[in-house]
Design a protein. Structure first.
Length: 131
């Protein structure tokens, strides 16, 4: 799974939901056939991610969505935006914990005092001169 592919799907899911919720849901009526669009994106999400639980939560919010009352649509959209955000966060955390990511020890810069000590201790006298 490419993180960019997953991010693209999540953005596709959120874009119409953000539009619908803008201006206190003033654009809710202008979105038609939202249910098939969202369910199609969920199929893509399932193909890209092993998190079937997160995908199911979002999917359940949109089964029968187009037939809901405006009040229920508002509620489902708000819940869906939160679920999509949580899905993206959870997926990112799982990806960061993946075994193929080997943690690297932090790199430390030597302090000024240790740099001076090491440079003077390891200084060599140019050839041909005596000290």
């Amino acid at each position: 799974m490419s993180p960019d592919d997953l991010k693209t799907i999540l953005e596709r899911l959120k874009k119409p939901l953000r539009y619908a919720s803008r201006d206190d849901f003033a654009h809710l009526k202008s979105l038609t056939e939202l249910e098939p669009f969202i369910l199609g994106q969920i199929r893509e999400l399932r193909r890209l991610s092993a998190d079937t639980r997160g995908a199911s939560v979002i999917e359940d919010l949109f089964r029968g969505f187009d037939g809901l009352t405006p009040e229920l649509k508002r509620s489902h959209i708000q819940q869906a935006i939160a679920a999509i955000d949580a899905f993206g966060l959870e997926t990112a955390m799982q990806r960061d914990k993946a075994p193929d990511k080997v943690p690297r020890p932090p790199t430390r810069r030597p302090s000024c005092a240790s740099t001076r000590r090491s440079s003077s201790a390891g200084a060599s006298v140019p050839s041909g001169r005596s000290s």
